[in-house]
Design a protein around this ligand. Structure first.
Ligand code: EPU
Length: 421
């Protein structure tokens, strides 16, 4: 199994180009199930999760091909199958977003229940509530969601849950509503840029959606959708990861081809701890020359600070000047990385959905284990600032969501490489 090795102590310098957003590309790929015409998707990152979605779609009769210019062409050829199997869905929870389009177009779906993951239980009750409100019958049988609907009808749906809105739940209900009969109102819809991007793609396919980017989406069902061409938005989580990397190494990095307006909470927090951040024409320059100050971090739904950057911020606060508090409002159990950071000399204590981080002047390189995608990125960041060598095991997690991560860090001067066991 591969591991990433980092030798810390280099201040990152240079320019890094952000890839397309994985979490926008996944539901957009699933949305191509809604039409028979070909769709061309540009700026889809080359990642394991994208390959998995391609495999699921091929199993569902969608021809999915990576073109020579890097774009992905998807075209539905056969609508007779409705199965998303366990072996694929269990590797990537994002695959749940084929449920809505399958129900809408094929009137049936058999999708493996994704199960929990290191982030916690991760229920899908809100997805089911929304789809049932549109008229679907959904049962759980032998670990699978077995769903059917003769006809989906528009409805008023409140999609708020214990932890606020749901990103993929909104995506599922929105996709199903585009071809339902009549009007659907989704209240407490997720406002994340990835949901906005999906809605924009659906509109290009012929859907009628109002309120994109707001918590109330109004969808007027249409008879059918066509294929469309779309360029996926830049990955705000990848961009944020490099911004924090610049801050933690006291470097000077230009993050290129990103959307500063998707990152205002991140920019604000970095400025608060003493980092210089400058936004200009689709770039963000991050420049730090001192130890970051301690602070409080609370994750929220968009436009709040994203949970997918909580681990990376925690790595930064491990070397901040003073005591910080990190509160996780989306996944109260998302703290697996804390124990691994402690193996590197960090001082982090968990207290319910909060972590108390006593900043240390330095960390020391160690062998550590990645528990999930963002945790692995956090361990790489800690490795960049630690004394000596850090080996991040189970690095397959990182390949799910970061395109050529070690190459991008190498281009910024980092001493980082991949080794096979
Ligand atoms: N929730 C419910 N019921 C539901 C659905 C969600 O209670 O039916 C809860 C969840 O347990 C969680 C909160 O609501 O506490 C938010 O979950 P959400 O549904 O928004 O998460 P998701 O759609 O399953 C996406 C991203 C995650 C990201 C979250 C939150 C994709 C493929 N995944 O998941 O990304 O953390 O939104 O922003 O888009 C990652 O990329 O590393 C990742 C985990």
């Amino acid at each position: 199994m591969a591991r990433v090795v980092v030798e810390g102590g280099v201040s990152l310098r240079g320019t890094v180009t952000v890839s397309g957003a994985k979490n926008a590309a996944l539901p957009i790929m699933a949305a191509t199930l809604l039409s028979r015409g070909p769709s061309i998707l540009k700026r889809v990152p080359m990642l394991r999760d994208i390959e998995t979605m391609g495999e699921i779609l091929r199993g569902l009769g969608v021809e999915t091909e990576r073109m020579s210019d890097g774009s992905i062409r998807c075209e539905t050829k056969d609508e007779s199958t409705v199965l998303a199997p366990y072996d694929l869905v269990s590797t990537m929870r994002g695959s749940i977003c084929v449920l809505g389009p399958l129900l809408a177009r094929r009137k049936r779906a058999k999708v493996s229940l994704p199960g929990g993951c290191v982030l916690g239980l991760r229920p899908i009750d809100l997805h089911l509530k929304g789809l049932r409100a549109l008229g679907a019958r959904i049962e759980v049988e032998h670990g699978y969601l077995v769903a059917e609907a003769e006809e989906l009808r528009g409805a008023e749906i409140y999609l708020g849950g214990q932890f606020g809105s749901t990103v993929l739940g909104t995506a599922n209900v929105l996709m199903a509503a585009t071809v339902a009969r009549g009007t659907t109102v989704i209240d407490y819809a997720a406002c994340e840029p990835e949901v906005q991007d999906l809605a924009t793609f659906l509109v290009k396919m012929g859907a009628k959606i109002e309120g994109i980017g707001t918590p109330r989406l109004v969808v007027e069902g249409v008879d059918s959708l066509s294929g469309a061409e779309h360029t996926v938005i830049p990955d705000r989580i990848e961009a944020g990861t490099f911004m924090i990397a610049a801050a933690i190494t006291r470097g000077d990095v230009l993050v290129d081809q990103c959307r500063g307006d998707h990152l205002t909470a991140v920019i604000d927090k970095l400025q608060e701890v003493g980092v210089r951040v400058e936004r200009k024409n689709g770039t963000i320059r991050v420049n730090a020359n001192a130890r970051p100050r301690a602070t409080e971090i609370t994750t929220h739904t968009y436009p709040g600070l994203p949970t997918d950057l909580q681990a990376q911020f925690m790595a930064m606060l491990s070397v901040a000047d003073g005591m910080s508090i990190v509160s996780e409002k989306i996944y109260p159990d998302r703290f697996m990385h804390a124990a691994e950071l402690n193996r590197m000399g960090a001082d982090i204590r968990k207290d319910g959905p909060n972590a108390i981080v006593q900043g240390m002047s330095t960390l020391s390189g160690a062998e550590v284990m990645a528990s999930d995608l963002r945790a692995s990125a956090a361990l790489v960041l800690a490795g960049l600032v630690a004394r000596g060598k850090t080996e991040v095991h189970r690095v397959y997690h990182i390949d799910r969501g970061y395109e050529r991560i070690e190459r991008k860090f190498q281009d910024l001067g980092a001493r980082i490489w991949r080794e096979d066991d």
